[in-house]
Design a protein around this ligand. Structure first.
Ligand SMILES: [Zn+2]
Length: 111
């Protein structure tokens, strides 16, 4: 037995329409108000993105952005775009920092 996503009444699994409200069943096998419960868990992606942005100002945050980004990419589907963004941003920031310090170092080296 399944449940109508609109009115919540029971619908025989072979029925094409809900007997309660007449809603046509488009996607079968869903509980009432059914929606995959993977909503949460995008926290790592958000954290990675924020830390990536903060990393432009505070270098060490970029390291955390990479860590959180890697966790976010591996863990959840929803926040994956943000996790990737944070991960890439962290890498870019660290790359820029390395270039910056190599640049500074080379100046001092040639002085
Ligand atoms: Zn219904």
């Amino acid at each position: 037995m399944i449940y109508c996503p609109d009115c919540g009444s029971e619908v025989p699994s072979n029925a094409k329409f809900c007997p309660g409200c007449g809603l046509q069943r488009s996607t079968p096998e869903r509980s009432p108000r059914g929606r995959p419960i993977q909503q949460k868990g995008s926290g790592f992606g958000v954290a990675a993105l924020v830390l990536g942005i903060v990393g432009f100002l505070i270098g060490p945050a970029a390291v955390l952005a990479i860590i959180f980004g890697a966790i976010g990419v591996g863990r959840n589907r929803r926040g994956r775009g943000m996790a990737w963004a944070g991960l890439i941003m962290g890498i870019v920031v660290i790359g820029l920092m390395v270039l910056f310090w190599v640049f500074i170092g080379s100046i001092f080296f040639f002085l």
